[in-house]
Ligand binder design. Structure first.
Ligand SMILES: [Cu+2]
Length: 108
């Protein structure tokens, strides 16, 4: 096999890997009426979770166990915040402005 052909094959394999990763659909969480909906979602590793605030006041999304890992800015009406979840586990989060608002993302 020539070197040029090998590099071309490698490029193809990388493209395939990329499209496989991109085929995991996003998961959506809506924030409305001081509630995350759905409050608990289960997603496959590699899923991007997108929170969208439909309330008329700001909310945030903050990881309860690791606030440095997931911490959105205050989301105004119709603002979105997205994070990829690559590692299996249960991620509990809350709104730092209204700590009684909680939700969780289960990755498995
Ligand atoms: Cu809030």
């Amino acid at each position: 096999m020539t070197r040029v052909r090998f590099v071309a094959l490698l490029g193809c394999a990388m493209l395939l890997a990329h499209s496989a990763a991109a085929s995991v659909p996003d998961a959506a969480v809506t924030i409305d009426n001081f509630t995350f909906t759905p409050a608990q979602i289960t997603v496959a590793p590699g899923t991007r979770v997108v929170w969208t605030n439909r309330d008329d006041i700001p909310h945030t999304v903050v990881d309860a166990a690791n606030p440095r890992a997931i911490k959105s800015p205050p989301l105004d009406t119709d603002d979105s915040y997205a994070r990829f979840f690559d590692k299996a586990g249960t991620y509990t989060y809350f709104c730092s402005l209204h700590p009684h608002m909680t939700g969780s993302v289960i990755v498995r």
